[in-house]
Design a protein around this ligand. Sequence first.
Ligand code: SF4
Ligand code: SF4
Length: 469
Amino acid sequence: MKYATAQHRRAEGKAGSYVWATRSAAIVHLDQSALAVLDDFNAGRDAEEWMCAAADRRQSFDALAALGLLEPVDFALPLTPDLPAMPFPLGTLVLNVTNKCNLSCTYCYEYGEDRIAPTSTGPALMSADTARAAVDMLFTNSAGRRSLSLTFFGGETLLNFAVIREAVAHAETRARAERRRISFALTTNATLLTEEVITFLTQHHFGVNISIDGPKQTHDAQRTFASGKGSHDLIVPKIRALIAANRAAQGRPIGARVTVTAHSQDVRAIYTHLVEEIGFDAVGYAPVTSAPGRDYALSGENYYTLLSGFAELAEDFVAAASEGRTHAFSNLNDLLRELHHGVNKAHPCGAGLGLLGVSTAGEIGLCHRFVESGKHEVGSLTRGIDEERRRAFLEAGHISTKVACHTCFARPLCSGGCYHEAHVRYADASQPNLHSCEWIRAWMDLGLKSYARIMDANPSYFSRYEEVA
Ligand code: SF4
Ligand code: SF4
């Protein structure tokens, strides 16, 4: 049978290359002789004939075929399995405990021009009864899972601190009764952090993500109160107090979540401010989601600037990891973890799969960004999860429907990208985000090169990704 070299991406390493196989998502080090075999099959050739020419060839062939690096020419192997057995058990529920915010950030998808539901239909604050019912839904629809997580989102989540407390107490009671683990996470703009809130978050081991865009000038140009006043001076002392309390309690890392826009491009300066001047444990950058044409939207040139900033931080990350030290650039940390684990996504994220969102009124959406979007509703707390709509969405968003992605090496980790962004860009959540492919591929290449350099210098660094939670 005729075989040919399958799609893969290489990064040079000591005495060979690190090879990322698109089909299997395996990442392996191949020496020069294994690379020569791959190259031998570039144009396709008869496998039996090739193996018969030398005694040791069968083993090499079998190993490369098993990794998905050699594949038959005359019939197409299926891309990835179809949907997993449904209904898929929930692992994470995101509660939008409020749809109100005390800031008016320029790019906000919740209140800005790109909001999916033009006017909020639900109450401003989720009630305690709704929050408890949502927790019950998570526990009821998560058969087989020992560990669950509950994430609080908004609006500004801490505007509804009372209900967060109620939900946490209820979830902990259920977890104890069922001998399961529950963890909590929250995203906040930090304006409402008080001593009481900080004590609560550290006592319940919250994973906290703070939306902050960098040094005062950058942050205040984007993250303002309705009056136009920036929020930086108010939040920084509160964040420092949270970080100090969390360190004393040996809590989970406190992360900064930076929205990168056309007006905030200096990722190095942002990193220095957040890590060295404020003390964050992790910094993650998220390119702003917007329809084209917004003045803050990222264009081609901005993506290059962003990539060169990411490359600078990656240099520092590689230097630290090579000496066994951690580095707070969480985008690269997450990418390296996924590469190392051989993650191969049929869907870009957990939305609709292991993760659902709940609106203040109790409507169930695909994730926190889709709540109150009638078109993407998948049930309600009173009616339960609408499994038919959930399945239809997952079938439409499956990688097998995204033909443009089938020949892309970034497919195992990108899988078409965020549904919400696709909805904003193309009015169709199931479309691949083809406007950012160049950037995604360049970012994957940077991750692969970083992986190779760290693996060569200090392979034990990766043991941190192998620890069982
Ligand atoms: S959206 Fe673009 S980068 Fe992502 S998998 Fe599809 S083709 Fe590749
Ligand atoms: S659809 Fe987008 S915003 Fe929602 S969970 Fe997925 S990646 Fe996140």
